[in-house]
Design a binder for this molecule. Structure first.
Ligand code: GLN
Length: 494
């Protein structure tokens, strides 16, 4: 038996009915990961550690304990530090690094009884949109091995899409959960900034970084998010919610507003930003999204035209703010406090220089230089401060839009997955591909990607759904209604 194509609830049934043990599911997932090793989704696998967790889960199951995730296999993006498995952030800088503790999100999932199969490939320090910037080699899209899986959480998307595990963790700073989910035909959600603790998430851009689940369906994402979110005093930006342990599946199966079974989305207004459906959107991406919007309409939703006028500015604003924060966050990797130390150096300065030049890849070095530049005396006001002002205006634009609608819908990526190598020589081309995801991140809003069909070369297309702050419960319920009526999220690569 394989965990391929199986949802969390299907595996739950197997475990609860004693048709499989957590150990058997773990063996299946490890075998599957081995058979699909050419995808390069995993950067560290340790059977002994996995089986230890599985054994502990089986003991808890045998004692009669219940839990939505108890005994369910998973795997973590290599941005999360983990005890036992190495924690490298996809970088040579941290090759072989052993963390003395688990990231908070990982601890919470461990406490829920999940069984980790290992660590997942990603762009170095989560900087990238294709997973090609990993020091451990690119990861391949299971739908088409010529295509990138998206990034930076490429390994997280691939492990789910390829049927190795039913869910994974990812992180999203400017789209890194939503975009690989879209390009690999799975479901992923970035919750409101501050929902999931950043403690133990190797920092890229701290005011944007946010963890979230990637799985086949909105239902599975909700189950995982239940375990991931919650206040954590160890993260200074962690948010204390009014109801700290909200059940994100609570609204599932119910009409969202004043609808009924036939029209569960009646009274729901879905905003379509003109800027998300303009020129740069490829026709083969637009067609399945248009069809999905029709489906929402058929279920009672009202489509309203809205505007997010500063969408285009999200690219320059993000690519100033994120590198600025990265240049600060990555200063700790100097060969002394953390990270790789060069073998050859003559004095302190050359030790820093050689260690950082050898440890960091070129994209990371580019961002550190951009970040240091925009923060430097004389340029701070011209670039960094301006970008922060734009960020505030972008957040205000969303609030104005949410006066007219309850949710916002649009594409995740302007095109389907591109070919490996196609954009890697031109960083600007790669940055432009983030156009539809960056603004949500800058505003700190929850956003998700839902599979809605296929474009050119039969490569998957995702639709983005954005909600207002802390509306992830409704967002997931909306996506669940769509998924009850369609089967795109159930398709798997052959
Ligand atoms: N592609 C964006 C970047 O390179 C977003 C990455 C992310 O969300 N981690 O910064």
């Amino acid at each position: 038996m394989s965990s391929k194509l199986q949802s969390i609830s299907a595996l739950r049934t197997l475990l609860d009915e004693k048709k499989a043990s957590a150990t058997e599911l773990a063996h299946d997932a490890l075998r599957e990961a081995g058979q699909q090793s050419s995808l390069n989704a995993f950067v560290d696998i340790r059977d002994d550690l996995t089986l230890e967790q599985a054994k502990a889960a089986d003991l808890r199951l045998a004692s009669g304990e219940k839990g939505a995730l108890l005994g369910i296999p998973t795997a973590h993006k290599d941005i999360f530090v983990t005890q036992g498995w190495t924690s490298t952030a996809g970088s040579k800088m941290l090759a072989g690094y052993q963390s003395p503790f688990d990231a908070e999100v990982v601890s919470r999932l461990n406490a829920a009884g999940t069984v980790s199969i290992g660590k997942l490939n990603c762009d170095e320090f989560a900087m990238g949109s294709s997973n090609e910037k990993s020091a451990y080699g690119p990861c391949l899209n299971p739908w088409d091995s010529l295509a990138v899986p998206g990034g930076s959480s490429g390994g997280s998307a691939v492990a789910v899409a390829a049927g190795v595990v039913p869910f994974t963790t990812g992180t999203d700073t400017g789209g890194s959960i939503r975009q690989p989910a879209s390009l690999c035909g799975i479901t992923g959600i970035k919750p409101t900034y501050g929902s999931c603790s950043r403690y133990g998430m190797i920092a890229y851009a701290s005011s944007l970084d946010q963890a979230g689940p990637m799985a086949h369906s909105a239902r599975d994402c909700a189950l995982v998010l239940n375990a991931m979110v919650g206040f954590d005093a160890k993260d200074s930006t962690s948010v204390q919610r009014p109801v700290d342990q909200e059940d994100f599946t609570a609204g599932f199966g119910k009409a969202l507003r004043n609808g009924d079974v036939a029209k569960p989305l009646a009274g729901v207004r879905v905003g379509l930003p003109a800027e998300f459906f303009g020129e740069g959107l490829a026709a083969d991406v637009r067609a399945p999204i248009d069809a999905a919007l029709k489906q929402l309409e058929a279920m009672g939703a009202m489509l309203v035209n809205i505007s997010l006028p500063r969408t285009e500015l999200s690219i320059p604003a993000y690519y100033v703010i994120a590198p600025a924060e990265a240049s600060s966050n990555l200063s700790r990797f100097d060969g002394v406090r953390y990270g790789h130390r060069a073998a050859d150096y003559t004095d302190l300065k050359s030790m820093y220089e050689n260690s950082r030049s050898e440890g960091f890849g070129l994209e990371v070095q580019r961002r550190i230089m951009v970040g240091a530049y925009v923060l430097s005396h004389g340029y701070y006001d011209a670039y960094y401060l301006q970008a922060q002002k734009i960020r505030r205006l972008i957040a205000q634009d969303f609030q104005a839009a949410f006066q007219q609608c309850d949710f916002i819908a649009g594409p995740v990526s302007p095109t389907v997955a591109w070919n490996l190598g196609e954009k890697s020589a031109d960083p600007v081309q790669m940055y432009l591909a983030d156009i539809y995801t960056l603004s949500t991140s800058l505003a700190g809003l929850p956003g998700m990607s839902v599979p809605v069909g296929f474009g050119d070369k039969n490569r998957p297309v995702g639709m983005q759904l954005i909600g207002n702050y802390f509306k992830e419960g409704e967002l997931l319920a909306l996506a669940d209604h769509y998924q009850l009526a369609t089967d795109w999220h159930l398709r798997t690569p052959s």
